[in-house]
Design a binder for this molecule. Structure first.
Ligand SMILES: Nc1nc2c(ncn2[C@@H]2O[C@H](COP(=O)(O)OP(=O)(O)OP(=O)(O)O)[C@@H](O)[C@H]2O)c(=O)[nH]1
Ligand SMILES: [Mg+2]
Length: 547
């Protein structure tokens, strides 16, 4: 039933694997996809992942730094898999504890883990228990509890037995308080002052209603009856395995902190869940606290999320396109007023400064003044880089057809014009649109599907919080839905604008990269042509973590 099961170290060494009978397809593809898109991207909050026709379930063993992955056909509902993966983990750990404790990768490589027989035994047991748990047959009415009840017993009457009992109890309370209780309380309080009785009552209340005090950890100074000092030293030799319960209060605080910094609530929760999964069972370092360990893990994860997953080097890509004698095309999209046109102009300036020529395609044929706004930028840019200095040729030109026309068509004409006129780059400005406006989203998807730009940049404000997720999910969805190819052109990168207006509430950077998995290519930091930066992941993370 299972396609494969593999156990590998977090460093990437496969320790053991099993391939189901008759399964010919290699499982490296799905496992690599799992590592790339889940484990390395802090999405390990839930334990399953789907890759094409396969369902993958995985478990992280953070103490021994192992990953257990099982794969099976998506159409199967295997109820036993979660427990099975736990069982395999326990058995594998128990059996190879000594080898695993030595850790060093060479030692692991030299070891042959003869785990096949034990695995098959566990699998047989799991499959048998899965069958035993198959849905129980429905009970007949006669077998059900309901059939035992008479109609009379189901009717509640005011004067019925139940009512009488309640009334009697109430009556007793009014006439004379329960005598037994009174006696015991008074007995226990003999010789106590009124204040002491009150204190005692309060303690009793707390004992009864509040959670039991937390168990003393080994870190407790009082631990160890053999002179507190030695007990304490023993406790500090990093031997505490982190549990969910240890981390929960810290993670709750972290989640609220991230939300306060403008990370979308949903993303903050997913991130914290993922960090918890990654840390559970890990042995805490000496002299560290749960809070500092979890905080460090979260910080590392945030840096990891912000690191670009692929190379983004627009200047080099433009040069490659130059060699192929074609223009490099970038499309800008996003909701209304986020700064698409302004940042398009800043990017034009940056490209011109780097010696390229730019054609701006005015494909916002919708908002009044959109074309004139771009014309003003074109004029200003040409005055900053006058044609005289560039062999008599304007470095930036505007391609426009006025208003009301089909944007996809204008983009296509502009690209053809740029090819003829040997422009290096075409920057396509599009009209702002709300992510729920279906006709406009379809039009954008069509523009992208027809023209196949080299880069689709989503422009988003750094001011957004929860809204960022909705925008990005819906823009990507529209592009996927209306694509004409198997591999749809989705958002390739993000321009994060108005970064100068948010102080240290930099959470949108995390939400946007986490949702798309795509890098923040540019950051807009003001309204002049020079206010364009690249993202400094470490600076953003330290602003995020700052109290
Ligand atoms: N402070 C600041 N303001 C910015 C930044 N980028 C754009 N703006 C301002 O945001 C406002 C809207 O900018 P536009 O470029 O017109 O936005 P748009 O997305 O093209 O708008 P529509 O075409 O109407 O959808 C303008 O006032 C810009 O000056 C930035 O990085 N920082
Ligand atoms: Mg605009």
């Amino acid at each position: 039933m299972l396609d494969f099961f593999t156990i590998f170290s977090k460093g990437g060494i496969v320790l053991w694997c099993f391939q189901g009978a008759g399964v010919t397809e290699s499982f490296t593809g799905p496992v690599n996809a799992l590592i790339r898109s889940v484990i390395l991207q802090e999405r390990s909050g839930n334990n399953s992942y789907t890759h094409e026709a396969l369902s993958l379930k995985y478990k992280l063993d953070n103490e021994f730094e192992l990953i257990f992955v099982v794969g099976f056909q998506k159409i199967l509902t295997l109820t036993y898999v979660d427990k099975f993966i736990d069982d395999v983990q326990l058995h594998f750990r128990d059996r190879y504890k000594n080898e695993l404790e030595q850790k060093g990768s060479l030692k692991l490589l030299n070891n042959s883990f003869e785990f096949g027989n034990e695995f098959k035994m566990l699998l047989r047991e799991a499959e048998a228990s899965g069958k035993a748990k198959s849905p129980a047959p429905m009970r007949s009415f006669k077998e059900s509890e309901k059939s035992q009840k008479t109609v009379k017993s189901m009717i509640e009457t005011k004067g019925g037995d139940k009512g009488k009992e309640q009334k009697a109890a109430k009556g007793d309370q009014v006439k004379a308080p329960p005598t037994v209780q009174k006696v015991t309380v008074e007995n226990g309080n003999q010789g106590l002052t009124a204040d002491e009785i009150m204190l005692k009552k309060r303690e009793e209340f707390f004992r009864k209603h509040m959670a039991a005090p937390p168990e003393k950890t080994r870190y407790s100074k009082k631990a160890g009856g053999f002179g507190g000092m030695f007990g304490m030293l023993k406790g500090l030799v990093g031997s505490k395995n982190l549990t969910q319960a240890d981390m929960e209060p810290v993670l709750d605080k972290m989640r609220d902190h991230l939300i306060a910094k403008n990370v979308a609530a949903e993303i903050a929760s997913q991130l914290c869940d993922s960090v918890a999964k990654k840390m559970e069972g890990k042995v805490m370092g000496t002299f560290t606290t749960v809070a500092s360990t979890v905080k460090q893990a979260l910080q590392d994860s945030l840096v990891q999320i912000l690191q670009p997953k692929r190379r983004v080097d627009i200047l080099r890509d433009v040069m490659d396109a130059q060699i192929q004698r074609r223009p490099f095309v970038i499309t800008f999209c996003g909701v209304n007023g986020v700064g698409k046109s302004t940042n398009l102009a800043k990017i034009s300036f940056w490209l011109i400064e780097n010696g390229f020529t730019v054609l701006i395609a005015a494909c916002d044929t919708f908002r009044a003044g959109a074309v004139e706004q771009l014309r003003t930028h074109q004029r200003r840019l040409n005055s900053l880089h006058p044609p005289e200095k560039h062999g008599g040729r304007p470095v930036v030109q505007l391609y426009e057809k006025g208003y009301g026309k089909d944007a996809a068509g204008i983009a296509m004409e502009a690209i053809a014009y740029a090819r003829n006129q040997s422009f290096d780059v075409v920057l396509v400005d599009t009209a702002g649109r709300m992510q729920d406006n279906a006709p406009l989203m379809t039009a954008l998807a069509k523009l992208i599907a027809v023209n196949m730009p080299d880069l689709v940049l989503f422009v988003g404000e750094a001011l957004v919080g929860n809204e960022a997720v909705d925008q990005l999910v819906k823009f990507n969805q529209a592009l996927a839905d209306h694509s004409m190819s198997d591999k749809p052109r989705l958002i390739d990168g993000i321009v994060l604008t108005k970064f100068d207006t948010i102080d240290d509430k930099v959470g949108a950077a995390i939400s946007m990269t986490y949702i798309t998995g795509q890098p923040i290519v540019f950051v807009g930091t003001g309204q002049t042509y020079n206010d364009l930066r690249s993202l400094n992941a470490r600076a953003v993370v330290s602003a995020l973590m700052k109290a």
